[in-house]
Design a protein around this ligand. Sequence first.
Ligand SMILES: NC(=O)c1ccc[n+]([C@@H]2O[C@H](COP(=O)([O-])OP(=O)(O)OC[C@H]3O[C@@H](n4cnc5c(N)ncnc54)[C@H](OP(=O)(O)O)[C@@H]3O)[C@@H](O)[C@H]2O)c1
Length: 312
Amino acid sequence: MRYRRLGRTGLDVSLVGLGTGGPSQLGQATGRAPSESYAVVHAALDLGINIFDTSPAYRESEMLLGQALQDVPRNRYILATKFSPGRIAPDAGPEAFTEQLDKSLEYLKTDHIEVLQYHGISPEAYRSIVDRFHKAALEAQQQGKIGHIGITETMGSDVYHEMLKVALEEDLFDTFMIHYGILNQLPEHDVFPMAQERNVGVFVMGPVRQSLRTPEEAVSRINHFIDEGWLDIPRPDASDPLGMGRVSEPTADVTRVAYRFAAAHPAVSTMLVGTGNPDHLRANVEDVLSGELTPEELAYLRETYGKLAWHL
Ligand SMILES: NC(=O)c1ccc[n+]([C@@H]2O[C@H](COP(=O)([O-])OP(=O)(O)OC[C@H]3O[C@@H](n4cnc5c(N)ncnc54)[C@H](OP(=O)(O)O)[C@@H]3O)[C@@H](O)[C@H]2O)c1
């Protein structure tokens, strides 16, 4: 495994992290038994993954993670969970932050969380969330319940990353989580340079998501972009959906190209893979560690897909 510094937290995190949300929810959304979710967590540890991302909003993920990790020495892994405003009453006060955090600590069977992130904050909600809850977050940090405070953007609606631009300007957060990948490259232009300048840790989410899991899915997504007039390129083919053959070897393995692309950017501290399948996790880690995209391939992917800005 390769490790990178999570910005100014000073924590060294694995380049591949395990995400327990997304379309898989650690296997809960794909009908897997808890024993299989535990197997994913243990496969992650065996691969050298030391960072786990979860949330109270991901069904039973916090509880599953806590159970899977209960006999693992606490200094072997870093926990990133979230405060989810979507799970409290709209007019709830700061006590709701503390109550949710205490539940997370209980489910994760720990007395401290390294990174606590405000979850899925839209540009419209940002100011009210900070005003209502940041004092409680700082108190929890002083009490040692949380190490660092981060923030995550919404996955679909904030395509220009407006919330994070404001958050970075205000510089209240040690980390953030952003949607980035071949089909979502806009962070390279502004948010990544801002993060590097301020030494803020970057979690990447969703480089594969529901777009690049199979060649057929990739063909369908790219055809949609062409139909919408957002891409002016030849129609894709399932033997090489991304058109890699235009600059190197054709490949149907879009998942490999997608994870390699997201891991390549130096601003990225950890790229989360959201899976409930240990074999997928092993293959993805092997893909990232066994090779890199060439400068020509990266340039081609930037030239071809770099301007896309779309909603899920
Ligand atoms: N706003 C937020 O805070 C927010 C929003 C979204 C996500 N997140 C976090 O970011 C993490 C990563 O996001 P994500 O889960 O959307 O990311 P992702 O890793 O891009 O996509 C996960 C999807 O890819 C599939 N997959 C993984 N490896 C595969 C392989 N080798 N072959 C085929 N399919 C494969 C998974 O299914 P299988 O289970 O079948 O492998 C799952 O459906 C989440 O788990 C969550 O922790 C946070």
